[in-house]
Design a protein. Structure first.
Length: 147
């Protein structure tokens, strides 16, 4: 008598566990498509001024005094650089990259690229006062880069 009660209780327990495991809500979750994970926006510079942007994005290669360096690579001097006379050239190099110079402007907004280019063109012995604008930057962006 005591034995059959025990077997009954045991069966009841096993059935309860099985019922819980196969609960329809549980099965639903497996089938329902998960919401698409948002794409990573990637790294973006947060600095706003040309000076800050130069410090965080450029001086690692071009050096704090803008004079560049020769060692593991050749990083040209931006000091007294007549190549900066036309603002479109540094805008293009920063946005698109050029040989060993990475397209670092891809991680900046148009306004940030303009700010850092204007900073370089008016510091380190450069005195090009005709500032470039965010629109000048927008014009050289390849389509695949987010703005
Ligand atoms: C990873 C290193 C690196 C970083 C970071 C970098 N540059 Fe350069 N940059 C270079 C190299 C290398 C060149 C030479 C490219 C070539 O061979 O034409 C260059 C060239 C340039 C030129 C052309 C100079 C000339 O006289 O023709 C400009 C302008 C320039 N960089 C500006 C910048 C600015 C502004 C930043 C920051 C927003 C920056 N660079 C960040 C490596 C770097």
């Amino acid at each position: 008598m005591r034995d059959s009660r025990f077997v009954f209780a045991l069966l009841l327990g096993v059935l309860t566990v099985l019922a819980l495991l196969s609960h329809p809500a549980h099965a639903d979750e497996e089938i329902r498509p998960r919401p698409a994970a948002p794409l990573s926006p990637g790294f973006r510079f947060t600095e706003a001024t040309g000076e800050e942007l130069f410090a965080s994005a450029c001086q690692g290669c071009h050096m704090p005094d803008g004079k560049g360096a020769i060692g593991a690579g050749t990083y040209p001097s931006l000091a007294q650089d007549s190549n900066l006379e036309s603002g479109g050239y540094p805008v293009y190099v920063v946005v698109r990259g050029q040989r060993a110079m990475p397209p670092i402007g891809a991680m900046m907004t148009d306004a940030q690229v303009a700010a850092v280019v204007n900073y370089v063109r008016t510091h380190f012995g450069n005195q090009y006062q005709d500032a470039v604008s965010a629109d000048d930057v927008k014009r050289v962006r390849p389509e695949r880069y987010p703005r």
